[in-house]
Design a protein around this ligand. Structure first.
Ligand code: NAD
Length: 301
């Protein structure tokens, strides 16, 4: 069993770290938010007083942070100066490909192994140990990372070299952002046409309109499995983070000289939702904005 430092115990990390402890690993957990650390402690992790203390003597360091600037700062200031040489570093945050490569190369140059390993699945999968990990790095680093990630996963897939995990994640979330919006539009339209939302769910989740947004994450309260919609769109995957991912996708599209109008439209709509104060709500809460916009008289739209 390994000694693991886990940094970033938010919606996702807070579910993931206890699954490593349950699997028998010695997990030293740290977050800037004291309540998050206390929760990880209840889940069987040891409390570290700082990120620097958490990574000292760790065989493996796992980070689950909001965005690239946090990842750069934690690896530069906390991990690199304090982790033991040869430690395996696994960043599970969703960030841009270029930052993942830069941080990974910088860590490798200082004698560490590094993989980018973003996840798909949401908070229920984080808590339930059923995330999908998409891993970028060498064959050797992947072989070492796989057994560490398995207690948190339903699938651990080697996407390619450093940065490939982030590439796969960004493409996946561009699909997710757009399908969630059109799923919301489908539910709003179904109701306007007099359909019961549960009946529409029963039909569409077994017909060709089904997707993860419909079947596993239905954006309407009381319909389908328990989702953030059943908790006033609290918890889950913050709309601000979805907007971040759609911006990463737009940047990636530009970097290859491409054109992705659906992804671009999804970015614009999530930007509008965040500007109206929806950033901390689950991303499926965009259904409220869509619903409200249908109440505005045609000439004012
Ligand atoms: P979150 O904001 O809930 O959690 C991030 C945590 O990192 C916070 O608790 C914060 O206090 C902590 N943190 C920030 N800087 C820190 C530092 N310097 N040292 C220690 N802790 C620090 O975010 P989340 O929803 O858990 O998402 C984390 C990452 O996973 C993001 O990159 C997100 O895009 C990605 N992701 C989220 C979901 C989801 O459903 N929430 C799904 C897939 C991927």
């Amino acid at each position: 069993m390994a000694r693991i430092a886990f940094i970033g115990l938010g919606h996702m990390g807070g579910g993931m770290a206890p699954n490593l402890a349950k699997a028998g690993h010695e997990v030293h957990a740290f977050d800037l938010v004291a309540e998050a650390v206390a929760k990880a402690s209840e889940g069987g992790c040891s409390v570290a007083p700082s990120a620097a203390e958490a990574v000292k003597d760790a065989d493996v360091v796992i980070t689950m942070l909001p965005a690239a600037q946090h990842v750069r700062a934690v690896y530069e200031n906390d991990v690199a100066p304090n982790a033991k040489p040869g430690a395996l570093l696994i960043d599970c945050s969703t960030i841009d490909v270029a930052s993942a490569r830069e941080v990974g190369d910088a860590m490798k140059a200082r004698g560490f192994e590094f993989v980018d390993a973003p996840v798909s699945g949401g908070i229920a999968a984080a808590a339930g140990g059923t995330l999908t990990f998409m891993v970028g790095g060498t064959d050797e680093a992947f072989k070492k990372a796989r057994p560490i990630l398995e207690p948190m996963a339903k699938a651990v897939i080697h996407a390619g070299d450093l940065g490939a995990g982030q590439g796969a994640k960004i493409c996946n979330n561009m699909i997710l952002g757009a399908t969630m919006i059109v799923t919301c539009e489908g539910f709003v339209l179904a109701r306007k046409l007099g359909l019961d939302p549960q009946v529409f769910f029963d039909i569409s989740s077994k017909a060709s309109g089904q997707s993860w947004s419909m079947t596993s994450y239905a954006p309407v309260p009381g319909v389908g499995p328990d989702t953030p919609a059943d908790h006033d769109y609290e918890g889950g995957f913050a709309a601000a983070l979805m907007l971040k991912d759609l911006k990463l996708a737009a940047e990636a599209v530009r970097s290859v000289g491409g054109y992705a109008p659906m992804g671009g439209e999804a970015e614009e709509l999530f930007q509008r939702f965040v500007d109206r104060g929806g950033g901390a709500k689950d991303f499926s809460g965009i259904i409220k904005m869509i619903d409200d916009s249908w109440k505005v008289p045609e000439e004012q739209k």
